[in-house]
Design a binder for this molecule. Structure first.
Ligand code: ATP
Length: 238
């Protein structure tokens, strides 16, 4: 099966200082891959490189088999690659509904199609449905994270890159978000989930990829990783 997202031999960094070295991974359609590793391991950098925010020094990124070299951030989004950065990326001066509409601007040309996609997202997030007219800054942390994910889903992406969605959220909200991601994957979405909350991420992931100092040190079924005590101690701090 052609992977939804394929990263091959990716090397990159900031201003000549290398951060990622020869990183290779795949996310198949319908799969949830957890990208885990200590602070500074390079998780955020990998998502930024995949979404086109950071140029590659070497290697390649492909979306559904198409090499993305030379394809800009917006065109990647148009082709079905969505990125929810850490810190959530919600426009706090706009309402929930306006944020969701914004998420559909590039993907859906007609207002009708956009509306339909937004309504679909309300179906996934009843808590957003109840708060359509609330401004971003009036939302709780959990609602904001859901809005950020919802905004990405309005575009009906084939691949979702998610950076630390659990950050600062209560365990039951984290569980809700993880369950939602799992359900989206079961409907065919491919998710690459960078998480410090390793247990939560591995509980819903199909595969776990462990980064250490910018290199992949393990790539295994999530259940195996969660039970590998030596690896957990060495790289994941629990
Ligand atoms: P965290 O969970 O803390 O975000 P991470 O695994 O996502 O960690 P990155 O944020 O990708 O790791 O950082 C990897 C390395 O790149 C770190 O050494 C960091 O200091 C460095 N780095 C990150 N962003 C920049 C930047 N804008 N300029 C220079 N160096 C950076």
């Amino acid at each position: 099966m052609t992977p939804a997202l394929a990263v091959h031999g990716l090397t990159t960094g900031y201003g000549g200082a290398p951060v990622l070295h020869d990183v290779t991974l795949e996310v198949r359609p319908g799969a949830l891959v957890a990208l885990v590793g200590a602070n500074g391991a390079g998780k955020t950098t990998l998502l930024r490189a995949a979404s086109g925010l950071l140029p590659l020094a070497a290697g390649a990124v492909a979306l559904a088999g198409d090499d993305l070299q030379g394809v800009g951030v917006e065109d990647r989004a148009r082709r079905g690659l969505a990125h929810v950065p850490e810190g959530r990326g919600v426009v706090v001066e706009l309402t929930v509904d306006e944020n969701l509409q914004l998420g559909g601007l590039t993907a859906h040309r007609s207002a009708g199609a956009r509306r339909a996609a937004v309504e679909e997202v309300y179906g996934l997030f009843p808590s957003l449905d109840r708060r359509r007219a609330a401004l971003g800054h009036q939302l709780s942390g959990g609602e904001r994270q859901m809005l950020a994910i919802g905004r990405a889903l309005v575009a009906r992406p084939r691949v979702l890159l998610l950076d630390e969605p659990s950050l600062g959220l209560a365990p039951q909200v984290v569980a809700q978000i993880m369950a939602l991601l799992r359900a989206r994957c079961d409907d065919g979405l491919a998710v690459l989930l960078a998480e410090q909350n390793v247990a939560a991420a591995l509980s819903v992931a199909d595969r776990g990829v462990v980064l250490d100092l910018g290199r992949v040190v393990a790539s295994r079924p999530a259940r195996d990783l969660a039970h590998d005590e030596a690896l957990r101690h060495a790289y994941l701090g629990f």
